[in-house]
Design a protein around this ligand. Structure first.
Ligand code: ATP
Length: 319
């Protein structure tokens, strides 16, 4: 293999730039030409492809977002779109591709691999919802952003004796909510993996009220539903006015934490090594602090699970 490509796809995540940097530098270290594809699979279809150099990834390790930009591209879900992408790779002599993104992006990478173009996926999403890796790039930064915001809300919650419900991202995974709840000592956490806990939360709020507790923080993962609907339920059942804050897209931005930069550097370099050693249709991941690789097909078939011991702990610590 002499020429490879790299793209970022799906939702952006802090640390994607650090991963691009690692891919580019590791490829050059191995004397491989490296091409950056702009705007995800849309850019692959359009031939928006540029050769990258050591300098093109200078001064980006600390920057959020992605210099290659990201996109969602419906056309790529179909044979016709994938074939257009392959034509462009052929035109540029690109023999393998590294795809940084979430599960949707890995489906695209898998399709290219099945059509004879080897791809390696790097999990880059704040949701931490990919099986086969303990952490995804961007999760730690988003978690720290969430905690910073909750700390501020807690100040006002305790000053004004109010109950706050804070909706955090995570798609169908509760990781961001659970980790943030544990790190911030939230009174209650509502996650998609345990969506039947609403009655328990209301019981807790009532018990708290009886004890004279006047403020609390409830963290709700977006995968459970709208925080406004749940706040209405609390009002109806416990007669408690709940203020809602939806943190939204601030969670996707910002300079990546040291942890995300290191993870991105390790996974980026590993992805290049996997591709150059003849592997295809794999994702680079980390488990028990060891670099691992798994078949994309297995990762997509396996459901991401949450650490229920952590969930139990969060309940025990917020009695
Ligand atoms: P995030 O978790 O941040 O949303 P993601 O990678 O899961 O990231 P998606 O929007 O699901 O984001 O997918 C990104 C892109 O991957 C899509 O816009 C499309 O171009 C491609 N893609 C998704 N599903 C498929 C599929 N089944 N076949 C081919 N390509 C796909």
């Amino acid at each position: 293999m002499k020429k490879i490509g790299v793209l970022t796809s799906g939702g952006d995540a802090p640390g994607m730039n650090a991963a691009i940097r690692a891919v580019v530098r590791k490829a050059i270290y191995h004397n491989i030409e490296i091409y950056g594809v702009k705007n995800g699979f849309q850019g692959l279809i359009d031939g928006n492809i540029e050769k990258m150099t050591i300098g093109s990834v200078g001064d980006i390790i600390q920057r959020g977002g992605t210099i290659l930009r990201s996109a969602r591209c419906d056309e790529f879900k179909y044979d016709q779109g994938q074939n257009k992408g392959i034509e462009q790779m052929k035109k540029h002599g690109i023999e393998g591709l590294i795809v940084i993104g979430g599960d949707g992006s890995f489906r695209g990478a898998q399709k290219l691999t099945e059509k004879g173009y080897p791809c390696i996926g790097i999990p880059g999403t704040i949701d931490n919802d990919i099986a086969g890796t303990d952490f995804t790039i961007g999760f730690d930064t988003a978690l720290n952003t969430v905690i910073e915001a909750i700390d501020k809300i807690r100040d006002t919650a305790s000053s004004h004796e109010r109950t706050f419900m804070i909706e955090v991202m995570g798609r169908n995974a509760g990781d961001l909510a659970l980790w943030a709840g544990l790190a911030d000592g939230a009174e209650s956490i509502l996650i998609p993996e345990k969506r039947d806990e609403m009655n328990d939360i209301i019981d807790r709020l009532k018990r708290g009220q009886e004890r004279g507790k006047k403020h609390s923080i409830i963290i709700l993962a977006e995968g459970v539903g709208s925080a406004f609907d749940y706040a209405d339920k609390i009002k109806e059942t416990a007669d408690l006015k709940t203020r809602v804050t939806v943190l939204g897209h601030i969670q996707r931005g910002g300079s990546p934490t040291a942890s995300d930069r290191v993870l991105a550097s390790r996974l980026g370099a590993q992805a290049v090594d996997l591709l150059l050693s003849g592997q295809a249709g794999k994702i680079a991941g980390i488990q028990n602090n060891q670099l691992v690789s798994h078949d994309i097909s297995e990762v997509l078939a396996e459901k991401h699970t949450i650490d229920m011991n952590m969930y139990q702990l969060s309940k025990e610590l917020s009695i």
